[in-house]
Design a protein around this ligand. Structure first.
Ligand code: GLN
Ligand code: ZN
Length: 767
C-alpha cells in the first residue's frame, strides 16, 4: 500500500514576511499592481518548490491569498456588497482591497467623489488567532462568478511543472460563516452550489484530478439544515469530474463521523492531533474506497513530533490501505522556518518544528512506511532523542513550581469578603466621585516610543537613556491625566512592546522567536511567545514602573497586568500537559505580581483578560469546563489581596451574554468592556443577571480615529443607566489607546471627562 504526503496549505506570508511588505508598499502607492502581482507569484513559486523539495506529494494551490481565503471565496462567488460599487462578476483588485480594508473618501483614483466605505467585518477563524473577512449577503444579492483565481493559480503551478491539488473553502462552511442582513444565507445554497459546480468544472477542464475542499464546520455541533446542505452539496459536487478530498480540522468529527464518512467524496481528511481518539472509529467507518488523509502532525502548534511513536500507530494502517499523511490543518497557523531562529536557545530549539520542518517530518514518516524504518534511521533517532530529552529536561520541569501548585488551596481563590464589604472599604479608601473616569491602560505608542525601543534593542541607546526616555513619557502622561481631570490614572505602558510579550519575557518557561511570524489578518502578523516550561516569576515585573508613576501624583494609579488566561491563549502552549495546568502556573506567577503591587501600595490593580472569551472550545458541550478552569485561574491570580485593594479587569469584546455567570464568577470589583459599537445592548444582559460589581462600559470606540462628542457619550451612559445602578458605573474608552495618536486621544478623553461631569449633575431618575 502507498503512503503519500500532503500539506493542506502552506504559510502565505513568506519566510521573511515578504507578502506584508509587498502589500504595504502597494497600499502606500509606492509600487504598482504589477509589482505586487510579481511578488505574490514569486512567493507561490517558492512555496511550491519548497514543499516539493521537502517531499510533499500533494502540493496545494489557491492556499495563497493576497488578504484572506474567505474573502477570496466571497469575491469568487460575487458576494460583493453593493456599497463597493462593482458590477456583477466584475470585482477587481480595488474592490477586493476595499472589502478588506475600507476606503477613505479621497481614495478614489478616477477623479470622482466617492463616499468612504467601511471594510467588511472581520472575525476569528474558528478557534485560531487568524481573522477572516465575514461574507455578507442581502436578499437582493446577485451572485456571479468572478474570474476564479483558483483556476489561474492551478494553471500557473502547472506551467511551472507543479501538479497541484487546489484548495477551496467548502460551500457549507462559507454559508455558515456568512452574515445575512435581511436574509438567511442558506437561501443561497443552490445558487452557490451552481457556482461551485462551474468552478470545479473549470478545474477539471484545466487538468486537475483532485480538489481539496475544506469543511471545518464538520467538527462543530451541526444543525439539521447544515447537514442537509452538506448532503445536497456533495451529492452535486461529487459528480462534476474532479475527485474531492473533504478536509475537516480543528477537532474531531464526533457525532458527525458517520455522516461525514457517508458523504460521496473520494477522500476525507481528519484531524488526529486535536482528536487522536477518533482514529479507530474513522478506520472502522471509512470504506476502503475512501482515501483517508491522516492529520498526524500538529498544524496549530510548534512542537516537533515523536515520529517513532506515530509510526507505531501508522504501520498497521498503512499495511492495509493507502493513506495520505498531512498536518492536522493548514500550516498557515505556524511560523515558516525554524532555521531562521538565530537567537533561540539550542536546547529549546531542538524541541520545535515550524512549517518547513513539519513537511520534513511528514516525509520521514512516509519513507519509514513505504521503505521501512531503516530507510530513515537517523531522522527517527534524532526525533526520539529530542522527545526523550524534552520529557526530562530541567529547563521544563521545575520542582519548585510543582511544589507550589500542589500547595494551592481553594481559599487562595477567594477574596476575604463579599462585594458589599469590599465596595464600602474601597469607597472609603479611594474617595472617587460618581461616574469615576479612567482609561484602559496604554497611551499612544508614538513613533518616538517605538523608535526609542528599537534603538534600545539594537544597542544604540543604553539602559539609562532608555529608562530616562520612558520616565519622561510616563511623567508627561501622568501630568496630562491630572490636568484633563481623570479620576483613576494609568502609567501608560510605554515600556511595553506587547501586553503578553512584556510579561512573558520576564517569566521563566517562555521563549521568544525573531522570525516566528504567523498571519493574524491581511498584512498583520504576530509572533506568539512559546510557552515551553514550568512558569515562575523570578522577580517583580511591573512594580518599579508603577511605583514611579504613583510617586508623581496623589490620584490612584492602577497597577496593570495581563491575566493568565490571556497569556495562555495568545501563546503557543505546551502539549505535554493540559492547558489548564499551564494556566494555573501562569496564574501563580501573576498572583505574585499582584501581591507585590499591593505591598508597594497599589490601591487598584487591573488584570486584563482580553482573550478569555476567544479560548472557548468549538463544541458547546466543552464550554463550561473551560470556563470553570479559566475563571478559577483568574481568581487564583487576583484573590490574594485585601478588601481595600480594588481588582479591575478588562475585556475587549462584547459577546458576553452567553457567559455572564462566568464573568460574574471572576469576582472582580470593576470590569471595563467594549460596548460602544453595540450601543450598550449587552448591559441588558448584565442587568438581567444582576451583576453585582462595577462596570465601565466603553463609551467610545478607540478602533477608529474618529473623536466622539461629549453629547454622544452622555447619551450612551444614560442608556447604560437604564440598565444598571448609577453607583455601578465607570466611564472609560472601550480599549487601550496605544494604536491612536495623541491628537485623537486628547480631545476624546477631554470630551469623556466632560461627559462624566454632565452625568454627575443629572437629577437621578426614580427607579
Ligand atoms: N491594558 C491594555 C491596553 O490598554 C489592554 C489591551 C487590550 O485589552 N487588548 O493596551
Ligand atoms: Zn481591550
Amino acid at each position: 500500500m502507498t503512503v503519500t504526503v500532503a500539506t493542506l496549505g502552506f504559510p502565505r506570508i513568506g519566510p521573511r514576511r515578504e507578502l506584508k511588505f509587498a502589500l504595504e508598499k502597494y497600499w502606500a502607492g509606492k509600487t504598482s499592481r504589477d509589482d505586487l502581482m510579481t511578488a505574490a507569484a514569486g512567493l507561490r513559486t517558492a512555496a511550491w518548490a519548497r514543499q516539493h523539495a521537502l517531499g510533499a506529494d500533494w502540493l496545494p494551490s489557491n492556499d495563497f491569498s493576497l488578504y484572506d481565503h474567505v474573502l477570496d471565496t466571497s469575491v469568487m462567488l460575487g458576494a460583493v456588497p453593493a456599497r463597493y460599487g462593482a458590477a456583477d462578476g466584475q470585482a477587481d483588485l480595488g474592490t477586493y482591497f476595499a472589502m478588506a480594508r475600507g476606503t477613505t473618501a479621497a481614495d478614489d483614483g478616477c477623479g470622482h467623489a466617492h463616499a468612504s466605505q467601511t471594510a467588511c467585518e472581520m472575525t476569528k477563524w474558528f478557534d485560531t488567532n487568524y481573522h477572516y473577512m465575514v461574507p455578507e449577503l442581502v436578499a437582493e444579492q446577485k451572485l456571479a462568478l468572478n474570474a476564479p483565481k483558483i483556476v489561474d493559480e492551478y494553471r500557473e503551478a502547472r506551467a511551472q511543472g507543479f501538479e497541484t491539488r487546489p484548495v477551496l473553502l467548502g460551500p457549507v462552511t462559507w454559508l455558515t460563516l456568512a452574515k445575512g442582513r435581511d436574509v438567511d444565507p442558506f437561501d443561497f445554497l443552490d445558487e452557490v452550489l451552481g457556482l461551485y459546480g462551474v468552478v470545479l468544472g473549470h478545474l477539471a477542464a484545466a487538468g486537475a484530478e483532485w480538489v481539496q475542499i475544506d469543511e471545518p464546520i464538520l467538527v462543530l455541533d451541526l444543525d439539521d439544515r447544515q447537514r442537509k446542505a452538506l448532503t445536497r452539496a456533495y451529492a452535486k459536487l461529487s459528480r462534476i469530474g474532479v475527485k474531492l478530498m473533504l478536509a475537516t480540522y480543528f477537532g474531531g468529527l464526533g457525532d458527525n463521523l458517520g455522516f461525514a464518512t457517508a458523504l460521496p467524496v473520494a477522500g476525507l481528511h481528519v484531524d488526529l492531533v486535536r482528536a487522536p481518539e477518533q482514529l479507530d472509529a474513522v478506520l472502522a467507518r471509512a470504506p476502503k474506497s475512501l482515501l483517508l488523509s491522516l492529520g498526524v502532525i500538529d498544524g496549530r502548534n510548534v512542537w516537533r513530533a515523536d515520529l517513532a511513536a506515530l509510526l507505531d500507530r501508522l504501520e498497521p494502517i498503512a499495511a492495509s490501505r493507502d493513506i495520505v499523511l498531512a498536518p492536522s490543518c493548514s500550516l498557515l497557523h505556524v511560523p515558516v522556518d525554524l532555521a531562521l531562529e538565530t537567537k533561540l536557545d539550542a536546547e529549546v530549539a531542538q524541541w520545535l518544528s515550524f512549517a518547513v520542518q513539519k513537511v520534513g517530518e511528514l516525509a520521514v514518516l512516509k519513507s519509514a512506511l513505504n521503505h521501512g524504518r531503516e530507510s530513515v534511521a537517523d531522522a527517527l533517532a534524532a526525533s526520539t532523542f529530542a522527545a526523550t530529552a524534552r520529557a526530562v529536561s530541567t529547563r521544563i520541569h521545575d520542582p519548585e513550581v510543582a511544589r507550589r501548585i500542589a500547595a494551592v488551596t481553594p481559599d487562595m481563590a477567594e477574596r476575604r469578603s463579599g462585594h458589599a464589604t469590599r465596595i464600602a472599604v474601597q469607597a472609603a479608601m479611594l474617595d472617587l466621585p460618581d461616574y469615576p473616569t479612567t482609561t484602559i491602560g496604554s497611551f499612544p505608542q508614538t513613533p518616538e516610543v517605538r523608535h526609542a525601543r528599537a534603538e534600545y534593542l539594537r544597542g544604540t541607546m543604553n539602559v539609562a537613556e532608555y529608562n530616562r526616555f520612558l520616565r519622561e513619557e510616563t511623567e508627561r502622561a501622568i501630568r496630562w491625566q491630572e490636568e484633563v481631570g481623570l479620576d483613576m490614572l494609568v502609567h501608560g505602558e510605554f515600556e511595553r512592546n506587547d501586553m503578553v510579550q512584556y510579561l512573558g519575557e520576564q517569566l521563566s518557561g517562555f521563549a521568544f522567536t525573531v522570525s516566528g511570524w504567523v498571519q493574524s489578518y491581511g498584512s498583520r502578523c504576530v509572533r506568539p511567545p512559546i510557552l515551553y516550561g514550568d512558569v515562575a516569576r523570578p522577580r517583580a515585573m511591573t512594580v518599579d514602573w508603577w511605583r514611579y508613576a504613583q510617586g508623581l501624583t496623589d490620584r490612584p494609579v492602577k497597577g496593570m497586568l495581563t491575566g493568565p488566561v490571556t497569556i495562555l491563549n495568545w501563546s503557543f502552549v505546551r502539549d505535554d500537559q493540559s492547558r489548564e495546568a499551564s494556566c494555573r502556573q501562569i496564574a501563580l506567577a501573576i498572583r505574585d505580581e499582584v501581591m507585590d503591587l499591593e505591598a508597594a501600595g497599589a490601591q487598584a490593580i487591573q488584570i486584563d483578560e482580553a482573550a478569555l472569551r476567544e479560548g472557548l472550545p468549538l463544541r458547546r458541550s466543552e464550554w463550561q469546563r473551560y470556563l470553570d478552569w479559566s475563571v478559577a485561574c483568574f481568581r487564583l491570580s487576583a484573590a490574594g489581596v485585601g478588601d481595600a485593594t480594588q481588582i479591575h479587569t478588562h475585556m475587549c469584546y462584547s459577546e458576553f451574554n452567553d457567559i455572564l455567570p462566568s464573568i460574574g464568577a471572576m469576582d472582580t470589583d470593576v470590569i471595563s468592556i467594549e460596548t460602544a459599537r453595540s450601543q450598550m445592548e449587552l448591559l441588558e444582559g448584565f442587568a438581567r443577571y444582576r451583576y453585582p460589581s462595577a462596570i465601565g462600559p466603553g463609551v467610545y470606540d478607540i478602533h477608529a480615529p474618529r473623536v466622539p462628542s461629549s453629547e454622544e457619550m452622555v447619551a450612551l451612559m444614560r442608556l447604560a443607566r437604564q440598565h444598571l445602578r448609577p453607583e455601578q458605573l465607570w466611564v472609560n474608552p472601550d480599549c487601550g489607546l496605544k494604536t491612536r495618536k495623541w491628537d485623537e486621544v486628547k480631545p476624546a478623553i477631554e470630551a469623556m471627562v466632560a461627559a462624566a461631569r454632565v452625568l454627575r449633575t443629572d437629577v437621578p431618575v426614580p427607579a
